[in-house]
Design a protein around this ligand. Structure first.
Ligand code: ZN
Length: 272
């Protein structure tokens, strides 16, 4: 059973209703173990003010979303790298367990997915160097292959872990059930990741049918993902981080009273 203190609120889950100060307060009020802010919310509040509020609330930070987007300018540019270095600094300031990387899709007009993957590899290597000095682990989030065109050309756990093996210490994966639940190799790749590479664990559900490929994620228990099964495999590695609830839901959960969203998260957590 997942108790509230084992859950973390990803701010995307209530992004239309609450700013970061309200998310911190709400997470603490509901007895959650932590939060995971997105950078827009963090910058809106101010990084130092957020760090102070998080410390005062006595909750932890399961990750900062997100760095990456290495392919945004068609080649690896200094401005893209600088933005990633800033993200590392922000993650360090708020004491985030990791910086979550959504690595970027194909550059505009490109059909060269291998080239895009090379840009991503080089960008991760540079960010990792910086992250090691700052003491911030870098967590690659493999995204479902439907996003390879526009969001991320790292699409499976196996591919992400190959990158980790190539790049060395200080880098791992942020595994989101929404992106990887379908993978026939999932159990083996979770075991391969082990405790040292499993840096974050995101939960939500896959609805059938899904009406929007970005903003129609389900609450745990409303879809077809075997969350208890995947969670058991993750915990078998020794993973002891928080279970981060990240639900993009334009038509349902973004239109629900945020306190009810958290209450439902906690109820459903007990079932997975
Ligand atoms: Zn995620």
């Amino acid at each position: 059973m997942l108790t509230a203190d084992r859950l973390s609120l990803n701010t995307a889950t209530v992004k239309e209703q609450w700013n970061l100060a309200e998310c911190i307060d709400g997470a603490a009020r509901h007895g959650l173990g932590g939060i995971s802010p997105w950078r827009d919310k963090l910058q809106e509040m101010g990084v130092d003010a957020a760090a102070q509020a998080i410390r005062d609330a006595g909750i932890s930070v399961s990750g900062l979303c997100r760095g990456g987007w290495y392919t945004a300018e068609g080649a690896l540019t200094q401005s893209v790298l600088d933005d990633n270095y800033r993200a590392v600094d922000e993650a360090a300031t708020i004491g985030a367990a990791c910086l979550v990387m959504v690595v970027g899709g194909l550059p505009e007009g490109s059909r060269d997915i291998n080239g895009a993957r090379q840009i991503v590899r080089d960008g991760l290597a540079k960010t990792l160097e910086y992250g090691r000095k700052a003491g911030v682990p870098i967590a690659i989030e493999p995204l479902h292959p439907m996003y390879a065109g526009d969001r991320a050309v790292v699409n499976t756990m196996s591919q992400a872990l190959d990158l980790c093996d190539e790049l060395g210490d200080g880098i791992g994966v942020a595994m989101d059930v929404y992106h990887v639940w379908w993978d026939p190799d999932l159990q083996a790749q979770i075991a391969r990741a082990g405790k040292s590479r499993m840096l974050a664990f995101h939960i939500c559900d896959w609805l059938v049918p899904t009406s929007d490929l970005l903003t129609d994620r389900g609450m745990m228990g409303d879809g077809v993902i075997d969350i208890p099964g995947i969670r058991a495999a993750v915990e078998a590695t020794g993973f002891d981080g928080l279970n981060e609830v990240e639900i993009f839901s334009a038509e349902t959960w973004w239109k629900t009273d945020p306190d009810d969203v958290l209450t439902t998260m906690i109820e459903r957590g007990r079932m997975c």
